[in-house]
Design a protein around this ligand. Structure first.
Ligand SMILES: *[C@@H]1O[C@H](CO)[C@@H](O)[C@H](O)[C@H]1NC(C)=O
Length: 131
């Protein structure tokens, strides 16, 4: 490739990937098919093992794990709308279908139950219970 072209491409890429870095979490994984993950035991387990520190993380699992404490503390205020909707779907699924995983997640990310309290009402409005 022409050197000048690669510089331009690289700069463009860097600019895009760093834009709004503070305002929103990366949206490069927004096209992940959540239903596919939730309906696939092996894929689902990979993510859960990652965020519960039981196994290796894929790049997007790593990104997710990194952002969970922050998103919890600020009500997902850096989530894109798509990420908010996805979060609801995933939480509902885990709470209703995988209660053991949910317990484990709570013990890791909300040991005092503070977030449960904070988001209880909001969750009910969105159709699930933070049991
Ligand atoms: C979190 O943000 C949503 C808007 O996305 C808002 O409706 C809700 O009241 C907020 N909840 C808390 C606990 O701050």
């Amino acid at each position: 490739m022409q050197p000048i072209l690669s510089v331009i491409l690289f700069s463009a890429f860097f600019w895009i990937s760093s834009a709004d870095d503070d305002k929103y979490y990366t949206n490069i994984y927004d096209n992940i098919d959540l239903d596919e993950i939730l309906n696939n035991q092996r894929l689902y387990k990979n993510y859960i093992d990652c965020i519960t520190n039981k196994g290796k993380c894929s790049p997007d699992g790593k990104e997710l794990k990194k952002n969970i404490p922050d998103a919890l503390s600020n009500n997902c205020s850096k989530c894109t709308q798509k990420q908010k909707d996805g979060t609801d779907k995933v939480l509902k699924f885990i709470i209703e279908e995988k209660p053991d995983d949910w317990k484990l997640l709570e013990s890791i990310y909300d040991p005092q139950g503070a977030y449960k309290k904070k988001y209880k009402e909001q969750a009910e409005k969105r159709g699930y219970k933070l049991a």
